[in-house]
Write a protein that binds this ligand. Structure first.
Ligand SMILES: C[S@@+](CC[C@H](N)C(=O)[O-])C[C@H]1O[C@@H](n2cnc3c(N)ncnc32)[C@H](O)[C@@H]1O
Length: 281
């Protein structure tokens, strides 16, 4: 059954996930609207929203002149947007196909970027240099089993005084049954020590089929995510929760400015996203 808890080691789960992400790349390259970036002013909606949260924690010139490492950068639409906002960018992902697409996309737009193929849990050893900002968003920690190891990479990539930013789907959202006719919990909110197994030959953008349909994800409570960052030595400077998502989690969600949300009568019942800004002192 989709979402059921299974015993699988990290390497086998990671291998399955990588094959799945490799398959998604050509589908997303068609569906992500890359042509919109031909307008040199265009930024992804995700980065446009994230910059509004991040700016108060940056120097007055914003990202201009800052070195930024984007973890789990996928095909580079957000990375390119962060470069357009002024940062010198390094995109990190474990999918060679995603990085190939990102490299060609950025080159076509005349945007300089460094692309590094590595597991995010090994990012410090793979990426050269230190960063003023480490950024990751929308579709990140559920793909990882060990958040202490994740947080250790982030701290080690940041310069003293550097800033970490994450916005992602809220763990309370991921506990919900996406198919139920009303808000109903179905999956674990807290980590269980097991991966959740999913079989789905579709993806969240585009209609193409995914040959490697099986994936593994790990539920992480908000306390686990925050706790990992704090234990690694980061200091929390901003926390927020949001009512809209950039993708349609459930068919019952309705389109709103900035993405999708629950129907109005349910919108205040629980959060769809969380945002964390944390600093390395
Ligand atoms: C949902 S996407 C996030 C990207 C971004 N929000 C976007 O839409 O462009 C998830 C990305 O995480 C990458 N990924 C998943 N597990 C990973 C891992 N263990 N190490 C590095 N990258 C990983 C996938 O290849 C994929 O590009």
């Amino acid at each position: 059954m989709n979402g059921s808890n299974v015993d699988i080691d990290w390497e086998s789960a990671r291998h399955a996930n990588k094959e799945n992400w490799e398959d998604r790349v050509p589908v997303h390259a068609e569906a992500y609207g890359l042509d919109a970036f031909d307008d040199p002013e265009h930024l992804s909606d995700v980065v446009r929203d994230d910059l509004a949260s991040l700016m108060p924690f940056l120097p007055p010139a914003g990202l201009s002149g800052l070195d930024l490492c984007h973890l789990q950068c996928h095909i580079g639409t957000d990375t390119v947007s962060l470069a357009r906002a002024g940062a010198t960018v390094t995109g990190v992902d474990f999918s060679p196909a995603a990085l190939r697409t990102a490299r060609e996309f950025a080159a076509r737009l005349g945007i300089e970027a460094t692309w590094v193929e590595t597991d995010v849990l090994d990012a410090r050893a793979a990426v050269a240099g230190d960063f003023d900002v480490v950024y990751t968003s929308i579709g990140t920690v559920t793909w990882l089993d060990d958040l202490d190891r994740w947080a250790a990479q982030i701290v080690a990539l940041l310069r003293p005084g550097g800033t970490f930013f994450i916005r992602d789907g809220h763990p309370a959202l991921y506990a919900l049954d996406e198919e139920a006719p009303a808000l109903t919990t179905r999956y674990s909110y807290f980590a269980t020590g097991h991966a959740q197994q999913w079989d789905d030959d579709s993806t969240y953008a585009g209609d193409g089929r995914i040959a490697h349909a099986r994936t593994y994800e790990w539920p992480h409570a908000l306390s686990e995510i925050l706790g990992a960052l704090l234990r690694a030595g980061l200091r929390l400077v901003h926390f927020d929760e949001g009512r809209t998502l950039p993708w349609r989690f459930s068919e019952r969600m309705v389109e709103v400015p900035g993405g999708y949300a629950w129907p109005v009568h349910e919108r205040d019942l629980l959060p769809c996203t969380y945002t964390i800004v944390a600093r390395r002192d």
